[in-house]
Ligand binder design. Structure first.
Ligand SMILES: [Zn+2]
Ligand SMILES: [Zn+2]
Ligand SMILES: [Zn+2]
Length: 213
């Protein structure tokens, strides 16, 4: 009889204990400052995530992208050294005439090459395509006028342009050697493809260096 009472008491006690603990935790995700935590029993697991700081700029202090808490003061750093600041809208400074020219060269060559390809693929008009390639070449010359008057700048960009110019010269050679319209069209389309593959990597890197903080 005594044994049974003890057993019953033990059972009751363990039931009471069980109802206090969680059978299944109800986790609240970890935050910047708190580890994952059970909503029911308060047990924590793991560590807090820590803040994820975005850099300060001319308008905002350092700010956590997760919880939005801020730290310190605005840094006064604009998004750019030239043109208009993306954060505060202030106009900082005009681009140099060299860079303005090179940006035009980028846009104009890309458009000329696109139209050259269309002239052949859509309109079947080789002579119009050649007009566009000539326009493309005159834009290359404008880039070289910038390089030649600034021999100490744009050095890696110039090297990259040299490969494009060499491909253009190859194109002229093969175009002149072509004996049929379709061969000439193939030459133009190959030049368009070469330009596309060439890309503007060195230009983009240099422009970023020049304009960004
Ligand atoms: Zn729990
Ligand atoms: Zn945070
Ligand atoms: Zn600004």
């Amino acid at each position: 009889m005594k044994k049974i009472v003890v057993l019953l008491l033990t059972m009751i006690l363990s039931l009471v204990l069980c109802s206090c603990a969680c059978i299944q935790h109800d986790w609240i995700s970890a935050t910047c400052t708190s580890p994952q935590k059970c909503r029911k029993c308060g047990k924590t697991e793991g560590v807090a995530m820590g803040h994820h700081w975005n850099a300060a700029n001319c308008v905002n202090p350092q700010k956590c992208s997760r919880c939005g808490i801020t730290k310190g003061n605005p840094s006064g750093v604009h998004s750019t050294k030239y043109g208009k600041c993306n954060y505060c809208g202030k106009f900082i400074k005009e681009l140099s005439s060299e860079w303005s020219t090179l940006i035009e060269v980028k846009n104009n060559t890309a458009q000329a090459i696109m139209r050259a390809g269309q002239a052949i693929n859509i309109a079947g008009n080789l002579s119009r395509a050649i007009d566009e390639i000539n326009l493309f070449y005159s834009e290359l010359e404008r880039a070289y006028s910038v390089f030649n008057s600034n021999p100490n700048d744009f050095i890696s960009m110039r090297k990259s342009f040299d490969t494009l110019l060499a491909s253009y010269r190859e194109f002229v050679k093969s175009y002149n050697a072509a004996t049929s319209k379709s061969q000439r069209e193939t030459c133009v389309l190959a030049m368009c493809q070469t330009y596309t593959n060439w890309g503007w990597d060195s230009f983009n890197v240099a422009l970023k260096d020049y304009t960004q903080n």
